[in-house]
Design a protein around this ligand. Structure first.
Ligand code: GLA
Length: 389
């Protein structure tokens, strides 16, 4: 079964948009191996939009841009496979891609066959230029079916930006992951918005089909092509830490959007952190249970429920393990905490949690019945626990 766990890989769009070519892709593959991304679990190397010639050939097939990809796509696939990784490509449910290259509308079976003949393992399928008369769900079902008929096992990454509530039907049409949001941009407000909009929409995200909240921005620091928005400043290390921790807690696909050839040490360590990745890749793929807004306090004052921007959540993992995430998504320092009885461990039961801190430098105040923490703006703390009885 494909996508038993959230897919992991790299995608060219966030950092390179149309500035892609064979050299970049092969260098990226090499960097993913040399810098241990592959061994950390990132297996797909995905070429996004702008890889094709503007015209199809006489057989109606898409053709790789001859200057960018002089040896064609099978050559890239062979290289990627020879390194023990998998190859992803991009097309669109509409007549044209978002950057104006040929889309697959009406050509689904031809294109699926072409991708299979290039030994593609993963198809990201976008939603631009979709005809008004068309039916969105049918279009995704058609490509999903075409891929299944192509003779090759191809992961279907359906990117439709949350149109028509895909969490309600994408699993049913056979997608392995579905983009539920518009494009991320390289600023913390974008991360916050995505989480706030999606946190109650992960109920269909499970082995075989996962809610994709977009490629990650960790490590970009304002470079690349998804900007950080007018009036916004670059993300800090803390912003990226919280971003990655959230993607891990939500079992979201982990698709790196930064330039892995030039990632700084901080983000390299973060993105390859085995304990965080284990939380993301837990075989049960559960979405977190969110306790907010209980127990939210303003630093130094009594309990208040006004700022809903702290998030306390637990993710139930396999083997009597749990991940507790304390997040301050707000722009001011905030305190938050949790009573053990609210996460299913009443002290009267005699059971007690045994904690192990995984991420974040803020000090936790562990009490007999609760724990509390003060978090700086955008900061988080991740703690794993087991329950002893
Ligand atoms: C859309 C998608 C992006 C990217 C671009 C390519 O905006 O949401 O992730 O694939 O198209 O043009």
């Amino acid at each position: 079964m494909l996508a038993q766990k959230p897919p992991m890989g790299w995608n060219s769009w966030n950092s390179f948009t149309s500035k892609i070519d064979e050299k970049l892709i092969l260098e990226t593959v090499d960097a993913m191996i040399e810098k241990d991304y592959r061994d950390a679990g990132y297996e797909y190397v995905v070429i996004d939009d702008c890889w094709a010639e503007h015209a199809r050939n006489e057989k109606g097939e898409m053709v790789p841009d001859k200057e960018k990809f002089p040896h064609g796509m099978k050559y890239i696939a062979d290289y990627i496979h020879s390194k023990g990784m998998k190859f992803g490509m991009y097309s669109c449910a509409g007549a044209c891609t978002c950057a104006g290259y040929p889309g697959s509308y009406g050509y689904e079976y031809i294109d699926a066959k072409t991708f299979a003949s290039w030994d593609v393992d993963y198809l990201k399928y976008d939603f631009c230029s979709f005809p008004q008369s068309g039916d969105c769900k049918t279009a995704y079902l058609t490509m999903s079916s075409a891929l299944r008929a192509s003779g090759r096992e191809i992961l279907f990454s359906a990117c439709n930006w949350g149109q028509e509530e895909p969490w309600k039907w994408m699993r049913s049409i056979g997608a392995h992951m579905y983009r539920s949001t518009g494009d991320i941009f390289d600023h913390f407000t974008s991360v916050r918005e995505i989480i706030m909009l999606q946190s109650d929409k992960f109920y269909a995200s499970a082995p075989g089909c996962h809610n994709d909240i977009d490629m990650m921005i960790a490590g970009m620091y304002g470079n690349g092509n998804v900007g950080f928005g007018e009036g916004n400043s670059k993300c800090s290390d803390v912003d990226y830490e919280t971003h990655f921790a959230l993607w891990c807690m939500f079992s979201a696909p982990l698709i790196i959007g930064g330039d892995v050839r030039n990632m700084n040490d901080f983000c390299h360590k973060l993105l390859t952190n085995p304990e965080l990745i284990a939380i993301n890749q837990d075989e049960e793929c559960r979405n977190p249970y969110i306790l907010s807004p209980m127990g939210e306090t303003l630093v130094g004052s009594s309990i208040t429920y006004i700022d809903k921007k702290t998030r306390v959540m637990i993710k139930v993992l396999s083997n009597n393990e749990f991940a507790l995430g304390l997040f301050n998504l707000g722009d001011t320092e905030m305190g938050c905490g949790v009573f053990y009885e609210d996460i299913g461990i009443p002290i009267s039961s005699g059971a007690k949690p045994v904690f192990k801190e995984i991420l974040g430098s803020a000090n936790v105040n562990y009490g007999d019945a609760s724990l509390g923490i003060s978090l700086k703006p955008h900061e988080c703390k991740l703690i794993k626990y087991r329950i002893e009885i």
